[in-house]
Each structure stands twice: as C-alpha cells, then as structure tokens.
Design a binder for this molecule. Structure first.
Ligand code: SF4
Length: 101
C-alpha cells in the first residue's frame, strides 16, 4: 500500500466513523424528544397530579402551565410546578392554574 492510498483509506474510514456518530446522535436526540420528560417523580406526586386533574395538554390554550404563576424553570417542553414540587409540561394544565402576575 502506498502513502497516498493509505491516506485515502484513512479518510474514508474517518468519514464513515463521522457518519455513524452523526446517525447515533440523531437516534439519541430523537429518542429523547419522544420520551415523557414530565413524568411524575413518585407515587405521592402522581396522586396530587391526579387530584388536581393535571393533564400534559391543556384543554384551554390560554391556560397552560407556561403561563401559570406556579410554573418555573422551563427547559424545552418541561418545567417545574411549585405545587407538585416536580416536573410539568409547558403545555400542561391543572385545577390550580393561576395567571402569572
Ligand atoms: S399549578 Fe400551574 S404549573 Fe402547576 S400543574 Fe397546575 S397549571 Fe401547571
């Protein structure tokens, strides 16, 4: 094998490695996007969500968690609810919704 052919083979191998890495990164980010990021952290929290009729998708677009005074720390599609002391969807809603002042 001459030097030019060796460098070409190394370039091809590097390209293939980068393509595989990009593919894996795409699969990883897609699977993260599909995950349920706002799942209740524990059973007690789950009961509270249920009693307040929490839903991940508000039936009223004007009353989403993102516009609630108890909502904080938005990160992507999730944030934190002070009442639940846990994660909630930016598009969620519950009976305790209160307009952000
Ligand atoms: S209190 Fe507000 S932020 Fe918390 S779940 Fe209910 S609507 Fe969403």
């Amino acid at each position: 094998m001459d030097a030019e052919h060796g460098m070409s083979a190394a370039g091809t191998a590097r390209r293939q490695l980068l393509q595989k890495a990009a593919l894996l990164l795409g699969v990883f980010t897609t699977s993260r996007a599909r995950a349920a990021p706002c799942a209740p952290p524990d059973e007690a929290n789950s009961g509270l969500r249920k009693s307040l009729n929490y839903t991940e998708s508000s039936p009223n677009p004007a009353q989403r968690c993102s516009g609630c005074s108890f909502f904080s720390d938005p990160q992507g599609d999730c944030g934190r609810c002070m009442i639940f002391s846990g994660p909630t969807s930016v598009n969620g809603h519950c009976d305790s919704w209160a307009a952000r002042g």
